[in-house]
Every structure is written in structure tokens, then in C-alpha cells.
Write a protein that binds this ligand. Sequence first.
Ligand SMILES: Cc1ncc(C[n+]2csc(CCOP(=O)(O)OP(=O)(O)O)c2C)c(N)n1
Ligand SMILES: [Mg+2]
Length: 341
Amino acid sequence: MAAAKKSVTQEKGQETKGSRTPLEFTKDQELKALRDMLLIRRFEEKAGQLYGMGAIGGFCHLYIGQEAIVVGMQMVLKPGDEVITGYRDHGHMLATGMEARGVMAELTGRRGGYSRGKGGSMHMFSKEKHFYGGHGIVGAQVSLGTGLAFANRYRGNDNVAIVYFGDGAANQGQVYESFNMAELWKLPAVYVIENNRYAMGTSVSRSSAQQDFSKRGVSFNIPGEQVDGMDVRAVKAAGEKAVKWCREGNGPYILEMQTYRYRGHSMSDPAKYRTREEVDKVRHDSDPIEQVRNRLLAAKVGEQDLKAIDAEVREIVNEAADFAQHDPEPDVSELYTDIYR
Ligand SMILES: Cc1ncc(C[n+]2csc(CCOP(=O)(O)OP(=O)(O)O)c2C)c(N)n1
Ligand SMILES: [Mg+2]
């Protein structure tokens, strides 16, 4: 196996508390991780293109760079476990198995979209895949996700709610009310803090008194650890431990995933708060997809096999984009359906 590349944490010159050698993946796990991360990357690139062409309106927040987190976490979930997140949500949806064409058609506001073309990027749900959105209010998903965990406890099932939120959201008040209740009632919630170093244009060092987000549950007795969120194996290993902890009735768990977003906050962000070099360095040193690809090549998996994965993913994304541009818009009669008034 090729030597693991430097983690984002190491690059920042910090020590990774609680880090350990990531468990090795089998070849099949590596191939699946590569395929699933690539699907998200290509989907997001295509969404960016469609946005540029004017085919997508409103806000659009891309997940490029952060793919290892949702893919690694999804590898440890079972059907019934819930997922909830904020507005940077396309990757989470694809990871839960929601269809690319339904997500893309929602972005373009078409009938075949997950919310029939009436919700857009931040308003998609799938009861079947237990995906509970997609929330534009920063931090709102933390209390809602805690409610999902409460429902699991109340019903006496062994499902776990995976509650994703950002470093910026981690400074929100409702997060700590949720933490308190979750630990008090031993709710099965894994709080996954996606620390991509920025909240819009504000870096973590400018916004956060405690920059070790794994410690944010200390005063509530919630255990937490920092994880190299660019290494899908490290994500899966940490996820496994956290989910087991919750499933066994021990209460919540915090995982700080150290990651990076390559694109601006949203499509309209010129990203002047950081240098091109900073982005290039992370891409070059710790890209989550390149890490897996390099390990597979070092393990003598043929270029042909990797190209086949690339082709399969491109076909799914192209088909989704084609559908999303040709499916009709919802009928005007739908204007007042599926809404609260
Ligand atoms: C309650 C609330 N306050 C402010 C905003 C505006 N806003 C949207 S995204 C964002 C930054 C959140 O950053 P972070 O939690 O780190 O997530 P990331 O965008 O990095 O994924 C802010 C302040 C909002 N949507 N909701
Ligand atoms: Mg952030």
C-alpha cells in the first residue's frame, strides 16, 4: 500500500488528538469508496456547470473536497439510520442512495425532482432513504436531528441519527441545548462536525474560541474525537466506533471531521478570504479521491478498472443532467400544493 498522504491536520501543524492508523480497506471497499466519492465529485462539478449556464437558480453550495466524510460514514450505517444536514447537502443525498437524476432535476426546478421542482438545492428529503434534509438555517438541523434521535429512543428501536453540521454552525446556541438533552436522555445521535476551516468567508481562527471541535461536548460529558476527514478509512473507523457507542445506548458522540472545501461557500462566492495556493496545496497533498486511487494503483489494480468506474459515474451524471434539463417544469396548478398556508 502507498504511504498515506499528509492529513489536513498535520498540514495545519496541529496534533491530531485521538487519531490512529486508519484500518486498511479491502480492495472491494476501496473500489466502492472510490466510486461513491467520484459520483459526488462529478455530480457537483456538473451542478456547477449547469449553474454557470443559468440552468440552476437560487443558492447552490458544492461539497467538492469533503466527499470522504459522507461516504465513510455511510459505510457504517444500516437501513433505518437517519441522516440530516445543512444546505451543503447533495453529497449526503447521493451517499444515502438517493438518485442523481432526482437531485439534479430538483436543482433545475423540474417535475422529476425530489420536491417536484419546488424546493431546490436546500429542500430535499427522502423518507425511503431516511434523509431528512437539507436545511438552510445554520444549526437548525442539530436540534431537528436530536429530535430524530429522541424518536428512536422513544420507540425503542436501535437506529442512530447522523447529524452533520459545520464549524460555523458549531457556534450556534441551539447546538448546546441539543447536546445537553442528548446526553441527559442518552439519545443515539452522532454529531458530525464538518470542519472545513471556513464559515462563509470567516476562518475558524477568527470565529472560534475553542478550535478543537471534538471538545465541544466536554461540559455535557459527550465523548468526541478529531478525525482526518480526507481519509475515507479514518472516517469509517471513527464512524464505526461512534455508531456502536450510540446503538448500544450510551448516548451521543461527537466526531470532528477535519476537511476542506475546494469551491467557494456558494456559487456566488469569489473566495477572496483565502489564497489560490492554500486550496491547491490541500488538493495536491490530501485529496480524498486521489488517496484511494493511488492506493489502488499501488495494489496493482489496473488503470482499466479505474477507468470503468469513471465511465460508469460519468454516465449516471450525464443522464441526470440531461433529464434535469429536459424534464418539464411543474405545472402552474402546483403552485399552491405541498405547502403550508
Ligand atoms: C441562523 C443563520 N445564520 C446565518 C446564516 C447565513 N449563513 C449561511 S451559511 C453560513 C456559514 C456556515 O458555515 P459552516 O457551518 O462552517 O458550514 P459550511 O458552509 O462551511 O459547510 C452562514 C453564516 C444562516 N443561513 N442561518
Ligand atoms: Mg465550515
